[in-house]
Design a protein around this ligand. Structure first.
Ligand SMILES: NC(=O)c1ccc[n+]([C@@H]2O[C@H](COP(=O)([O-])OP(=O)(O)OC[C@H]3O[C@@H](n4cnc5c(N)ncnc54)[C@H](OP(=O)(O)O)[C@@H]3O)[C@@H](O)[C@H]2O)c1
Length: 272
């Protein structure tokens, strides 16, 4: 999902990226990584094992992709003096903190997925390569199933939808995230950044907003996370403090409502 948005954003700027994906390219095959690094000046890693619940029953694979492969990438990139832009997640936090999480807050993942992504961050940081790491959250966009598209599909199938209200964060359009990643790269910055749309909401509020915008006749009923037991625990507080990225980029991030409206309008136009 994010990789497609990044490819489109780069092409719009006249840059033709080399896009590598399964099955031809496997992040876990060191020779594939070595070939990728050899032909690059910057490697942007959007690949990940992203099945959060699946990771609980496939921890070896999740850790191989999200942690060990990222460390190998970093080591190869360091040797070739290639910069790595790596994408991580709010799931590195346990979500029990009161306020929005900043880059200096101590991560404490609740799930195998979160632990793997955190290990990937740490392996990359220790590899010695020049790197930029950006944690994203609640992303949606074209080219993949996500919370928004699932809500819209289910909302069109029923008159009522129960959605958790106690998970709070910022739904973030991959288009906006891709633009921020490219601009961050352009600044020459290194290190860890948080990026999300501006403003916070519970998931049920986001679902109601999306269905309302599309005129879907479905009532959203807020409920607690406990009502939906899942193999992986999710952080309740996913709010990011994005002051660092705001300062570096020097422009306001779009609000989640503005971006989501634009995305939903583009979906509607696509369906016409
Ligand atoms: N989605 C979110 O809400 C969210 C939130 C925060 C951060 N992130 C992070 O954002 C990044 C992009 O995620 P996304 O939302 O775009 O997820 P996505 O749509 O699932 O994309 C992940 C891509 O990685 C590929 N992949 C998996 N294992 C691979 C391997 N061994 N070698 C090469 N490619 C492999 C997948 O291929 P297949 O499809 O063929 O498996 C898929 O194309 C990830 O780092 C993720 O952790 C996502």
């Amino acid at each position: 999902m994010l990789g497609s948005a990044l490819g489109a954003a780069l092409r719009a700027k006249g840059v033709e990226p080399v896009v590598l994906d399964l099955p031809e390219f496997d992040l876990c095959r060191e020779s594939d990584l070595a070939d990728a690094v050899r032909i690059s000046c910057v490697v942007i890693n959007c690949a990940a094992y992203t099945n959060v619940d699946g990771a609980e029953s496939e921890p070896e694979l999740a850790l191989a992709v999200n942690a060990h492969a990222v460390g190998v990438l970093g080591r190869l990139a360091a040797a070739q003096r290639v910069k790595v832009l790596h994408v991580s997640t709010d799931f590195v936090f346990d979500g029990m903190g009161e306020g929005p999480y900043s880059e200096t807050d101590e991560p404490r993942p609740l799930s195998v997925y979160g632990a793997g992504k955190l290990a990937g961050e740490r392996f990359l940081a220790a590899s010695g390569c020049e790197h930029l790491m950006v944690r994203l959250q609640w992303t949606y966009g074209a080219g993949g199933a996500n919370f928004i598209t699932k809500c819209v599909t289910r909302g069109r199938e029923s008159r009522e939808l129960r959605v958790v209200s106690d998970q709070v964060g910022s739904p973030t359009w991959t288009r906006d995230a891709a633009a921020a990643l490219i601009d961050l790269l352009g600044t020459g910055q290194a290190g860890l950044f948080h990026y999300a749309a501006r403003g916070y909401a519970g998931r049920s509020e986001v679902a109601a907003f999306a269905l309302g915008r599309l005129g879907v006749d479905c009532r959203v009923i807020p409920c607690p996370t406990d009502e939906f037991p899942t193999p992986a625990r999710r952080p309740l507080n996913s709010r990011f403090n994005c002051d660092k990225v705001d300062e570096v980029l020097g422009r306001p991030r779009p609000t989640w409502q503005d971006s989501l409206s634009e995305f939903l309008d583009s979906m509607r136009e696509g369906a016409d």
